[in-house]
Design a protein around this ligand. Structure first.
Ligand code: UGA
Length: 462
C-alpha cells in the first residue's frame, strides 16, 4: 500500500507551498550554501529570491513544519520522499555543447542519496530533464543502495512561471506525476498524489508513464515558445503591411481552439527555460536520428533571435541610420515584468547591439540588481573591459533620470510602472525629435504622439 508521506526533503523553494498546505508533513529545504540558508532563515524575511507571495508562505510555515538547513545528509536520511530539483544548464563543452542538458548535478545528487540513505525512499525528479533521465537515476540508485533500501522514482515536472509561481502552485492547471506502470511505481505515485490532494482537486492530478512526464515538460515549454515565435513572425508581416499585431492576436485568440493567452508580440522571449528546453528537444531529436523534427523546433529559437535583431535594426534605421554617440534609454532589463531575473533577457541582446553601434545606453529596471546588469553586459560582450562598458553605460535609479537627454526610449520589459510615468516630463527632458520604441506593446502610442513623441511599436505598421 502507498507510503504515507510524513517527511519531505527538497532543494527548491517550491516545496514551501507543500509545507504551507500540509501542516502534518515536515518539509526540510536543504542547500549546501550557508548564506542562502541564512537568508531563508532571516528574521526580517530578506529571502534569497523575490517572488510575489513567497514571503507570506514562509512566514506561515517556517519553524512550524518548514525548515531550512545545510545538513543535506540528515535531510536525506530523515525523509521518506525526496524532491531532486537541481540546475540542468545547457552544456558549455563536450558532446552536445550548446544544446544538451548538463546532468552532472542530477547525477551528483542521485549518488549522494544512494550513499547516504539507509531506509527506502521515493525519489521525485523535479528538474527539467531530457527523456529517460529517471532511468539513469534508477540504475545509479539500484547499483549503490543498501540491502533493505528500495527507491521508487517519480517524475513531477514544475509548470510554474516566475512572478506567478505561488499562485501557479496554489491553483495549478494540472499536477503531472510520471511513474513506472508497475504496482510499486503506481503505489509511489499514489503517495505523492495524496500529498498534492491536500489542496489540488483529484482530477487535476494526472498519472502518466515516466517518459511521457519528462517529455511533457519539454513539450509544454516548446509549444508555449512556439506560440510567441509564431506571433512574432506575424508581427514582422504587420509592420510591413500596416496591420496591427494586437488586433490579429485578439482575432485569432477568440477561436476557442487557439485561445487568447501567450499571443503577445514582444522583443523576443527570454527566461531560463524556453531556449534551454527547446535546444534540449532539438538535441534529443538529433540523438534519435530525427533531423526534420530537430530543424522544426530549432526554428522557434531562430525566429526569436531574428526578432531581437530586427528590433535593434529598427531602432538604428529609425534614428536616421546611425546611433553612434547617441544616448538611448532602455527601460526594463528583466526578462519579463514582476521578476528580478535577467536570464536570457532580450534587453541584454538589444543593449549589446546598441553598444556595438557605439551608442551611450542608460538603463533603468525597478527590480534588477545593478551588479547583475554589469555581469550580464560583460558576459554578452566579453571582449570589452568593465571600464570600457562603464564609459558607455549608465545604470539609473528612475525612468526619469534614464531618459534625461536621451534621443530615444526603448521599452524592453513590460513593467506596469512605465505606463504611469509622467511622459510629458520625460519628453521635456529629451533631445528632439524624441523617439519611443515600444517593444512590449505596453504604452498608448496615440497619447505619446499627442505629447510630441515619434512612436514605433512592435507589430504595428504605419
Ligand atoms: C515558463 C513557462 O511559462 C512555465 O510554464 C514553466 O514552468 C517555466 O517556463 C519553466 O520551465 O520553469 P517563465 O520562464 O517564468 O515560465 O516565464 P513566461 O511567463 O513563460 O515568459 C517567458 C518569456 O516569454 C518572457 O520573456 C515573456 O516576456 C515572453 N512572452 C510571454 C512573450 O513575449 N509573449 C507572451 O505572450 C508571453
Amino acid at each position: 500500500s502507498p507510503v504515507n508521506v510524513k517527511k519531505i526533503c527538497c532543494s527548491g523553494p517550491t516545496c514551501a507551498v507543500i509545507a504551507l498546505k500540509c501542516p502534518h508533513i515536515q518539509v526540510t529545504i536543504v542547500d549546501l550554501n550557508q548564506a542562502r540558508v541564512d537568508a531563508w532563515n532571516d528574521a526580517d524575511f530578506h529571502l534569497p529570491i523575490y517572488e510575489p507571495g513567497l514571503e507570506d508562505v514562509v512566514r506561515h510555515a517556517r519553524g512550524r513544519n518548514l525548515f531550512f538547513s545545510t545538513d543535506v545528509d540528515k535531510g536525506i536520511q530523515d525523509a521518506d520522499l525526496i524532491f531532486v530539483s537541481v540546475n540542468t544548464p545547457t552544456k558549455k563543452s563536450g558532446v552536445g555543447a550548446g544544446f544538451a542538458a548538463d546532468l552532472n548535478y542530477v547525477e551528483l545528487a542521485t549518488r549522494r542519496i544512494a550513499a547516504v540513505a539507509s531506509t527506502s525512499k521515493i525519489i521525485v525528479e523535479k528538474s527539467t530533464v531530457p527523456c529517460r533521465t529517471a532511468e539513469s537515476m534508477r540504475t545509479i540508485l539500484e547499483a549503490n543502495s543498501k540491502p533493505a533500501c528500495r527507491f521508487d522514482i517519480l517524475s513531477n515536472p514544475e509548470f510554474l512561471a516566475e512572478g506567478t509561481a505561488i499562485n501557479d502552485l496554489f491553483a495549478p492547471d494540472r499536477v503531472l506525476i510520471g511513474s513506472l506502470q508497475t504496482p510499486e511505481g503506481l503505489s509511489a505515485c499514489e503517495s505523492l498524489s495524496q500529498v498534492y490532494a491536500n489542496w489540488v482537486p483529484k482530477d487535476c492530478i494526472l498519472n502518466v508513464g515516466l517518459w511521457s512526464s519528462e517529455l511533457s515538460k519539454l513539450a509544454a515549454n516548446a509549444m508555449l515558445a512556439q506560440r510567441i515565435s509564431s506571433i512574432n513572425a506575424l508581427s514582422a508581416i504587420c509592420e510591413a503591411t500596416g496591420a496591427n499585431i494586437d488586433e490579429v492576436s485578439y482575432a485569432i485568440g477568440c477561436d476557442s481552439r487557439i485561445g487568447p493567452k501567450f499571443l503577445k508580440a514582444s522583443v523576443g522571449f527570454g527566461g531560463s527555460c524556453f531556449q534551454k528546453d527547446i535546444l534540449n528537444l532539438v538535441y534529443l531529436s538529433e540523438s534519435l536520428h530525427l533531423p526534420e523534427v530537430a530543424a522544426y523546433w530549432r526554428q522557434v529559437v531562430e525566429m526569436n533571435e531574428y526578432q531581437k535583431r530586427r528590433f535593434s535594426k529598427t531602432v538604428v534605421d529609425t534614428l536616421f541610420n546611425t546611433i553612434t554617440g547617441k544616448r538611448i534609454a532602455v527601460l526594463g532589463f528583466a526578462f519579463k515584468a514582476d521578476t528580478g531575473d535577467t536570464r536570457e533577457s532580450a534587453a541584454i541582446t538589444l543593449i549589446r547591439d546598441f553598444l556595438s553601434e557605439r551608442a551611450f545606453v542608460n538603463i533603468y529596471d525597478p527590480k534588477v540588481e545593478h551588479a547583475q546588469i554589469w555581469q550580464d553586459l560583460q558576459d554578452a560582450s566579453p571582449q570589452q573591459s568593465l571600464q570600457q562598458l562603464q564609459k558607455q553605460v549608465t545604470i539609473c535609479s528612475s525612468a526619469m533620470s534614464a531618459c534625461k537627454n536621451a534621443e530615444a526610449v526603448v521599452i524592453a520589459t513590460e513593467w506596469k510602472e512605465f505606463k504611469n510615468i509622467n511622459w510629458e516630463l520625460i519628453y521635456a527632458g529629451m533631445e528632439k525629435p524624441a523617439f519611443v520604441f515600444d517593444g512590449r506593446l505596453l504604452l498608448d502610442a496615440e497619447i505619446l504622439r499627442k505629447i510630441g513623441f515619434k512612436v514605433v511599436v512592435i507589430g504595428r505598421g504605419e
